[in-house]
Design a protein around this ligand. Structure first.
Ligand code: TYM
Length: 332
C-alpha cells in the first residue's frame, strides 16, 4: 500500500517555492493516493516564534492549503502538536539516530552557522522529529522540494537502523517524490540562493498572499542577465536567474521545462516577465481570493484541523503501540 505524508512549517510567508516545490504536487497526488498533510508547528519552534503569530500563521497555512485545492475531507489535514504520537516516536528516534548523522545535516549547519553552541537542541534533533512524522504513519512516499532530500535520507537511515536493531520489519523505507519543473525555486534577487521564508528582502520571494500588482512588480524587478531567452535547457548553464524564472514559468503552466522554453525562446526578458506575471496571477489569484474568504471563517478552519487531528491520531496510535512493544516498554 502506498501512503503519502508531507509537512510544512507554519513559520510565516508561505511562498512560491513552497507552492511549486510541494503543495501543488500534493494537490495532484491526492487523487491517486491516501494522503496525510501536516502543519509542523513543533518544527517551527526549533527557532523562536512569537506565540500569537505562530497560531495565526498555522490557521493561515491551513487556509492556504485548502485554498490551493487540498480537499480536507478526502485527505488528513492536521496540526502536528495536536497529535502526541509525533513527539512520542521522535523520542524513540532520538535514541536510534547517531550524533554523527545529525551533525552532517546541511540544513542544521546552514541554520546554526557559527552559532552552534547557542542554537536549540530541537534544531539539532529536527530530522528525528521529521522521520517520526513520516514513519508514525508508515508512509511510503514523501513529496518535497529538493532541499528536503537529505532529511529524507536520514529518515530512511533511522527506519533501517530501527528495523535492524530490533530484528523486525516495523517501518518501510520512505521514498522522496521530487516532482515538477521547479523543485528548487531560487531567490528573485540572487539565482544562487534558495527562495525562503526568512530572506530579509521581500523582493526575493513571491508570497502566496501577494496581490496582482505586487506580483508583477516583484517579477519586473527580478534579477536577469543581458542575453535573450535561449531555446534549450543546455543553454541555461551559468544563467541561474534565467533558469529560475523559466523553471517557475514552466511549473506555473504545469508544463515541462522544454515545452515552456519552446514557447518563449528569443523573447526579451521584459516581454517574458510580463507573460510570467500573467501566469503567476492566473494561478495565485484564485488561491488568494479563496484564502481571503477562509480568513473570515476561522471556525471552519479550526474544525477541519480538529477532525484531521483525530483521524491522524487514530492512524498513529497502533504504530506507537507496536513500537513501544518492540522496544520493550512495559505496557499498561
Ligand atoms: P518547509 O516548511 O521549509 O517547506 C515546505 C515544502 O516546501 C518546499 N520548499 C521548496 N521547494 C522548492 N523551492 C524552494 N525554494 C522551496 N522552499 C521550500 C520544501 O522542500 C518542503 O517540501 N522539514 C520540512 C517540513 C517537514 C516535513 C516533514 C516534510 C517536517 N516534517 C515530514 C516532509 C515530511 C520543512 O521545513 O519544509
Amino acid at each position: 500500500m502506498n501512503r503519502i505524508f508531507s509537512g510544512i512549517q507554519p513559520s510565516g510567508n508561505l511562498h512560491l517555492g513552497n507552492y511549486l516545490g510541494a503543495m501543488r504536487n500534493w494537490v495532484d497526488l491526492q487523487h491517486d493516493y491516501e494522503c496525510i498533510f501536516c502543519m509542523v508547528d513543533m518544527h517551527a519552534i526549533t527557532v523562536w516564534q512569537d506565540p500569537a503569530a505562530l497560531r495565526a500563521q498555522t490557521r493561515e497555512l491551513a487556509a492556504g492549503m485548502i485554498a490551493a485545492g487540498i480537499d480536507p475531507e478526502k485527505n488528513v489535514l492536521f496540526v502536528q502538536s495536536q497529535v502526541p504520537a509525533h513527539a512520542e516516536l521522535a523520542w524513540v528516534f532520538n535514541c536510534v539516530a547517531r550524533m554523527g548523522w545529525l551533525s552532517r545535516m546541511t540544513q542544521f549547519k546552514e541554520k546554526a552557522g557559527k552559532n552552534k553552541e547557542n542554537v536549540s537542541v530541537g534544531l539539532f534533533a529536527y530530522p528525528c522529529l521529521m522521520a517520526a512524522d513520516i514513519l508514525v504513519y508508515k508512509a511510503t512516499h514523501v513529496p518535497v522540494g529538493e532541499d528536503q532530500k537529505q532529511h529524507l535520507e536520514l529518515a530512511r537511515d533511522v527506519a533501517q537502523k530501527f528495523n535492524s536493531d530490533y530484528g523486525k520489519d516495523v517501518f518501510p523505507l520512505p521514498e522522496p517524490l521530487i516532482l515538477g519543473a521547479a523543485t528548487r525555486v531560487m531567490s528573485l534577487r540572487d539565482g544562487a540562493k534558495k527562495m525562503s521564508k526568512s530572506d530579509p528582502s521581500d523582493y526575493a520571494r513571491i508570497n502566496m498572499s501577494d496581490d496582482a500588482d505586487t506580483l508583477a512588480l516583484k517579477i519586473r524587478k527580478a534579477k536577469t542577465d543581458p542575453l535573450p531567452l535561449p531555446e534549450t535547457a543546455e543553454e541555461l548553464v551559468d544563467r541561474p536567474e534565467a533558469a529560475n524564472l523559466l523553471g517557475i514559468y514552466a511549473a506555473l503552466l504545469g508544463k515541462s521545462l522544454d515545452a515552456a522554453m519552446a514557447e518563449v525562446a528569443g523573447l526579451s526578458f521584459a516581454d517574458f516577465k510580463s507573460r510570467l506575471a500573467d501566469a503567476a496571477v492566473s494561478v495565485l489569484g484564485p488561491i488568494n481570493a479563496e484564502m481571503a474568504r477562509l480568513r473570515q471563517d476561522p471556525g471552519y478552519v479550526d474544525g477541519v484541523l480538529k477532525r484531521g487531528g483525530e483521524k491522524a491520531a487514530a492512524l498513529a496510535r497502533p504504530v506507537i503501540d507496536e513500537v513501544y512493544e518492540t522496544v520493550g516498554f512495559l505496557r499498561p
